[in-house]
Design a binder for this molecule. Structure first.
Ligand SMILES: NC(=O)c1ccc[n+]([C@@H]2O[C@H](COP(=O)([O-])OP(=O)(O)OC[C@H]3O[C@@H](n4cnc5c(N)ncnc54)[C@H](OP(=O)(O)O)[C@@H]3O)[C@@H](O)[C@H]2O)c1
Length: 247
């Protein structure tokens, strides 16, 4: 990237989020890191500074709180005067069967995985229009999955519709919206799933092993970069070949 990008990473305290932040940091981006866990955010911020980021701002936020979404964008503009890239990475996964799923579980997953990216994007859009910036949403590889993943995958389907529809709306105005779809990686999020589910998911990834956090970060970085200047509304699977196997 030619100039220092101003990049917001949600869920920067987590597995993929910290790897994504670090990747941009190595390319000297100015970063806004969000999450709820202040200690983890602080440690990721230190790593980003060491890796080369010229400036890192932490915005502690619960993305289920509607007013905090606008605040994340406002804090970025206050610190850096613009937004170049919004990475909607924060997410929750609560394993549950179809029969036992509760309102709480359903609302929790849709609040963080769908509603937060929608309104973050809405608040960021006036600034993205000025910079001709881009959004990268972290979705999920969507092959038919164990029942315990049903509501989580439904929320990812909704997020993918946001990617396509926003990409279509803003393409002619120079704002790109893309998505990275990882298959299963080992992070705190997936440790909520039973071991047999994780092993089943891993067995569907023919390249072998769980997905490396860095490979997800590389895909995000590429889609946000000028190397992908004519790419919008696309889904980049980082899935160890799972999508090839299932077609
Ligand atoms: N790991 C996988 O196999 C996999 C596969 C496909 C897609 N994904 C997606 O990848 C993204 C990153 O997940 P991960 O695997 O890296 O999991 P992770 O390590 O558990 O990270 C999740 C992140 O989301 C943040 N978050 C959750 N609820 C939040 C809330 N209410 N407000 C603010 N931040 C919140 C967490 O921050 P705090 O804890 O600080 O609040 C954390 O930084 C998620 O969207 C996930 O669905 C993961």
């Amino acid at each position: 990237m030619s100039k220092e990008q101003v990049v917001i990473v949600t869920g920067a305290s987590g597995g993929f989020g910290s790897a994504i932040a670090l990747k941009f940091a190595k390319h000297r981006a100015k970063l806004v890191l969000t999450g709820r866990n202040a200690e983890k955010l602080s440690s990721v911020a230190d790593s980003c500074r060491s890796a080369g980021s010229s400036s890192v701002v932490i915005v502690q936020a619960d993305l289920k709180q509607r007013d905090q979404l606008e605040n994340v964008i406002n804090e970025c503009v206050k610190a850096f005067g613009c937004v170049d890239v919004l990475v909607n990475n924060a997410g929750v996964f609560i394993p549950q069967t179809f029969e036992k799923a509760t309102d709480y579980e359903f609302d929790e997953m849709f609040a963080v995985n769908v509603k937060a990216p929608f309104f973050l994007m809405q608040h960021a859009m006036p600034y993205l229009l000025k910079t001709k910036g881009s959004v990268v949403n972290i979705s999920s590889y969507l092959h038919p999955s164990p029942e315990l993943l049903m509501v989580s995958r439904m929320s990812r389907g909704a997020l993918d519709q946001l990617t396509i529809n926003a990409a279509s709306k803003y393409a002619s105005e120079g704002v790109r919206v893309n998505s990275v779809r990882p298959a299963t990686a080992l992070t705190e999020l997936t440790l909520a799933a039973p071991e047999d589910v994780l092993n089943y998911e891993k067995s569907k990834q023919p390249i072998g092993g769980f997905i490396a956090h860095e490979n997800v970060a590389n895909a995000v970085y590429f889609l946000a970069s000028s190397e992908a200047a004519q790419t919008t509304g696309q889904f980049l699977n980082v899935d160890g070949g799972a999508s090839v196997l299932s077609t």
